[in-house]
Design a binder for this molecule. Sequence first.
Ligand code: NAD
Length: 492
Amino acid sequence: MPSTEERSANGDASYKIEFTKFYNTINNELSSTATTRHSIDPATQGTLAEVPVSTKADLDAAVKHARAAFPPWAATPWEERAAKLRAFADAIEVNKHEITHMVVLESGKAITTANIEVSLAVNHLRETAKLQLPEEVLEDTDERTTIVRYPPIGVAAAIVPWNWPLLLCVGKLGPALLAGNTIIIKPSPFTPYTDLKLGELGAKVFPPGVLQVLSGDDDLGPMITEHPGIDKISFTGSTFTGKKVMESCSRTLKRVTLELGGNDAAIIYPDVDLDKVVPKIAILAFLSTGQVCMLVKRIYVHASIYESFRDALVAFTRNLRTGPGSDPEVFCGPIQNSMQFAKVQDMYASIAKEGWTAALGGVDAGPEHHSGGYFIEPAIIDNPPDDSRIVTEEPFGPIVPLLKWEDEEDVVHRANDTKMGLGASVWSKDIQRAHRVARKLEAGSVWVNSHFDVSPNVPFGGHKWSGLGMEWGVRGLKEWCNTQSLWLRKDF
Ligand code: NAD
């Protein structure tokens, strides 16, 4: 059997896997469970393949193997662990067409967006493999040396949402494994397929017990957060569930990182070039049918350009096609699941109930228009009141409010007047002014003339109720580690 390095060098076909049957990966063995379940294709409501429903016994087995694998993996030199991440990236790349197809099938995402997700995931692993976390010597005298070092925490678990099943899984496992932890992945029951295949690919690259994937029902997440053999949880999902995760983790004092919901504001100044900025804002509001944590969810437009901005945004958005993600012309695929669809439909129903003006859409296209899937057309709400739910809540669907502003201080206050703090952006040709305003925004990521830029070496996370701690970059890597202060006394 060739080594992982030899396989990577050849783009080796032995990384090729089948995408018809789906298994848990426990200690590098593929296993099923007595009970199975399936998810559905959100574009058709058609039944997808059966997947395992893991029991407590499956979790106990995975934890036992992860604990056994931890000491040798933690002792493996950093560069060797980094090489395994690169090999894992190669293994994903060898299967990228099938993985892209799987992402479209299970998440409903447009194929153009799924292609981006796969490329981002591969790049994420390769760039993460370049990160270093050297020890820091704080003091080095004849009397003593003090060193800060970052040993791995132990057995970690990643709880992944359904909107970016590949990227958000890879964004956790890459840094976790590089730092020397072992990890158990729990995909969302709505999108288990891609992540189960990552487990299968991991078995070709990593030693047994280092990367394991278990799919399950709604009770698997709580089983994981309660488990005394797990030391760290990295969770991405809703703020509502994040609070439950933190509460459960407190009982065993697990380390916890939470990446939660967002309600990002974009502040548009009157000096922007509408032809350039309007298409960007539309794409950043409706990408993945609005089902991204860090999209533009409140658009504050200066009153002097409000009408022309609104009309241009409506005209551009009208041309964003809604339909099955597999159609290369489609920009907005279906809503991912029936529960989310009901929530989004409820938000659309508020247009009539609350008397909002829809500059675009507001009509529920309904499954009957699109082959039985959870489709809904984009909607733009024209200057609703600040306290309306389309402004205060995260819709997680293709509906966005456009809001008027006149006074800078006031708009900054309105942008910050939320419990959420994931991202925010300022759009202006006057970079100095935009930079000054950007520094006043309360969010984990703030952009000038952009939104939703992310990078494997830049920390990512939320302020306030959008999260706790950060992922990615050196700052994120430290959250997969304990901090140890080491005091060496020489005057003994
Ligand atoms: P969710 O909170 O419903 O589920 C997320 C994950 O948690 C799933 O794997 C689910 O099975 C699991 N889970 C559910 N209940 C649990 C419990 N009690 N204990 C442990 N695990 C449990 O979120 P979702 O609907 O899958 O995702 C959408 C939300 O995620 C949105 O609010 C979005 O903004 C947020 N999100 C945030 C980020 C970020 O990085 N900040 C990224 C993507 C999505």
